[in-house]
Design a protein around this ligand. Sequence first.
Ligand SMILES: [Zn+2]
Length: 65
Amino acid sequence: MKTLACKDMGVECDYVAEAETEEEVMGMSMEHAKKVHKEKMDEMMENMTMDEMKEEMRSKIKEEK
Ligand SMILES: [Zn+2]
């Protein structure tokens, strides 16, 4: 099980995306962020490309049993 916590992306939020694959967990986290953290997303997108953002997210993914 892979998890990606909003907190680890620097957002005050208890949401944690959980899925079997990195792609899925990143997709879930992205969907959530678009809905709930639109301002933060916009801010981040000003400073990095989508690819850089994905790398950032990938680096925060944790492996859990
Ligand atoms: Zn969140």
